[in-house]
Design a protein around this ligand. Structure first.
Ligand code: CA
Length: 226
């Protein structure tokens, strides 16, 4: 990854730059807020590591200015201050994550990798296939053995999510958060109702059954024959 480190303490900067390079990253360094802002505006980085207190321009102001300019590069804020209030200010300013000094370098590396992963564009998958069941994301159509299957929008999203994770167990919580966008009591039967409808559409008249209940865990869609 290409990383910009905006940090004014020379020792911390040198140590971090070395550690980042040793982990295979390209790490550029700016020693004050103005220089950092100018680098971040004119060059492309995967992640920015921004110290909270900086000469010339404060870390929060650097982040706010970048966000005003529609520069969305993920930002990890470093701070010697550990106050909750400060953390909130940093995240409000447009930072994506926050790490309080002193920290373990392994934690810093894990966090910047997570930030970069989150901002990476989703794979351009246009089609999911499990056995003879095909979901085409471009035409928004589903077929099994070549026969068209008509799904309601929520059933389509449910099937899309299950097929994206084909072969894995998908929990009720995962379904609620990703298909319904709610975080409510998973005792609700909304999932059961939709699973049952989906099952009757994709499995009832076909063999083998692809949508399976994993007792006590959730659901999985897989080709049982393979
Ligand atoms: Ca500082």
């Amino acid at each position: 990854m290409r990383i910009l480190l905006i940090e004014d303490e020379p020792e911390t900067a040198a140590f971090l730059q070395k550690a980042l390079k040793e982990s295979g990253h390209v790490a550029e360094h700016a020693g004050d807020g103005e220089t950092g802002l100018s680098f971040a505006r004119t060059q492309s980085y995967d992640v920015l590591i921004v110290d909270r207190m900086l000469p010339k321009r404060d870390g929060l102001s650097v982040i706010e200015t970048l966000r005003e300019d529609e520069i969305r590069t993920p930002v990890l804020i470093l701070s010697a201050l550990g106050e909750v209030d400060d953390r909130v200010k940093g995240l409000r300013a447009g930072g994506d994550d926050y790490l309080t000094k002193p920290f373990a370098i392994s934690e810093l590396l894990a966090r910047i990798e997570a930030l970069a992963r989150r901002s990476a564009p989703e794979e351009a998958v246009t089609k999911y296939v499990v056995a003879d069941l095909v979901l085409d994301r471009l035409s928004h159509t589903v077929t099994r053995s070549g026969e068209p299957i008509t799904l309601q929008p929520r059933e389509y999203r449910l099937l899309e999510y299950l097929m994206k994770h084909a072969g894995q167990v998908v929990t009720r919580t995962m379904l609620l958060e990703n298909v319904w966008d709610y975080h409510f009591d998973p005792q609700t039967n909304v999932i059961d109702v939709h699973i049952s409808r989906l099952r009757s559409k994709i499995d009832k008249n076909f063999d083998p059954a692809l949508l399976q209940t994993v007792r006590g865990a959730g659901y999985t869609i897989r080709d049982a024959g393979s």
